[in-house]
Design a protein around this ligand. Structure first.
Ligand code: URA
Length: 440
């Protein structure tokens, strides 16, 4: 077999066999296929696409390029979720304890924040003492004992994806549905859970900006999952506005706790209930409606909050901050952002809002940057709200005052105002299962 022929075959729009995909991916990881040939193949895939079968096989090969986490030491059904990333997206911290409280095991690996989006591991580490790197035995024991553990990615998960992504990043081949889908799903398959719920964000703060693209990505990922023996479904959720009010690490933990205590913001609460219900449904706990009631009951009874507390306690976290947010380390300075004009907020450029929080210290631009857990934004007004000029619309938190002005400039330029109340999209726009697409 020659890489040249594989590239030419895809260039001419034909379907590659599993053996050909293995030759390319394994050769690239092993070093026998050089960057320039892999780049050419990636561009051919970008231009000609891939069939469902090809995409599923490519993903399986990428997943098997490194460790395949074996969760068989954990009894029962294991469920995972993945969000394509957004601003104020703290849903993992809310949903996973709900699902665990309903009897489905959560043995989850999460990521760190990069760019304008946050990451669960950083949020967890804002709770003092929390360990997010556990040895496998401790991880399995904790999940068997209390039903839940969320840790950082460990081991050598899908190294083919890491290497291919680095190449895609510099060859203008990132925005290809089969390549994005195989990249995300290779890591999810390798992480070992039986059921995977995907939260595909759509809108101006999301990786996918349009509903149609988000649905296409979700369909590709759902298909990959089922082809590879996992139960997968996806919800398309709105990211045209930040989720909830709080952006920043400890601020987001505080807001997650509010939802679990039954007094969180409406948008975040409703999205979390829908995601949790769909995860429970995938895990065989009943119809989506039955699972929705189960999820609400887990919050109302306090069982889900207790799960979150148990998880942090087991991982060394100081759970006093969960019960009393005043115990979190405070930012040195706060700053009130006021409305530059009177009217409805008709639009928020959510990506820019996310970058404003990064400028305050809440996120990182490069992987090496350190973050300030207390920094961030609390939004008092969001898209659809009426504001009076001079009214406080957000509070910024940072460790130094010089961060406020650039963050404020960006934040205010991200807002549009008008005299007509905008029509907001539904929070959950579609549900994608192996049976098809349901639009809401
Ligand atoms: N996230 C991933 O993990 N991979 C992609 O290709 C795009 C987003």
């Amino acid at each position: 077999m020659r890489m040249y022929d594989i590239i030419a075959k895809k260039r001419d729009g034909h379907q590659l066999t599993r053996q050909e995909l293995e030759f390319a991916v394994n050769g690239f990881v092993g070093g026998s296929v050089p960057d320039y040939q892999m780049s050419a193949l990636l561009m051919a895939i970008y231009l000609k696409g891939m069939t469902e079968q090809e995409t599923a096989e490519l993903t399986d090969i990428m997943a098997h390029s490194g460790d395949m986490v074996d969760l068989s030491a954990i009894q029962g059904i294991k469920a995972d979720k993945h969000s394509t990333g957004g601003v104020g997206d703290k849903t993992t911290l809310v949903i996973t304890p709900i699902v665990a409280a309903c009897g489905v095991k959560i043995a989850k690996m999460s990521g760190r924040g990069l760019g304008h989006t946050g990451g669960t591991v950083d949020k967890m580490e804002s709770v003092p003492g929390t360990r997010t790197a556990l040895e496998p035995e401790e991880f399995f024991r904790q999940v068997n004992d209390i039903g839940i553990s969320v840790i950082g990615q460990s081991g050598n998960l899908a190294p083919a994806d890491k290497k291919m992504y680095a190449l895609r990043d510099v060859t203008a081949t990132v925005s290809s549905i089969p390549l994005i889908a195989s990249s995300i799903m290779s890591k999810k398959l390798a992480a070992g859970s039986d059921c995977i719920l995907l939260d595909v964000k759509t809108g101006n703060g999301a990786f996918m900006k349009t509903l149609d693209d988000s649905i296409a990505l979700a369909q590709a990922m759902v298909s990959i999952g089922w082809h590879n023996g996992r139960k997968v479904a996806a919800l398309i959720t709105d990211m045209d506005t930040p989720l909830g009010h709080n952006i920043g690490n400890s601020l987001e933990v505080m807001e997650s706790v509010q939802v679990l205590k039954g007094n969180g913001p409406e948008d975040l609460t409703q999205v979390c209930y829908q995601l949790a219900a769909n995860m429970l449904h995938l895990a065989g706990k009943g119809t989506v409606e039955e699972c929705l009631s189960m999820a609400k009951q887990a919050v109302e009874s306090g069982a889900a909050m207790e799960k979150l507390r148990q998880m942090f306690q087991a991982q060394g976290g100081d759970v006093r901050v969960l019960d009393d947010p005043n115990q979190f380390e405070k930012a040195a300075y706060e700053y009130a952002v006021t409305a530059p004009e009177t009217g409805y907020i008709t639009q928020m450029d959510t990506e820019q809002v996310g970058i404003s929080s990064v400028l305050l210290g809440a996120g990182r631009i490069t992987k090496e940057d350190s973050i300030d857990y207390a920094a961030g934004i609390v939004l008092h007004k969001k898209t659809g709200d009426w504001v009076e000029k001079g009214e406080c619309i957000a509070t910024f938190y940072a460790q130094s005052q010089d961060k406020f002005q650039p963050a404020e400039e960006l934040f205010c330029s991200a807002l549009s105002f008008g005299q007509e109340k905008p029509v907001l999209p539904p929070l959950v726009m579609a549900r994608i299962t192996k049976d098809g697409v349901e639009r809401f």
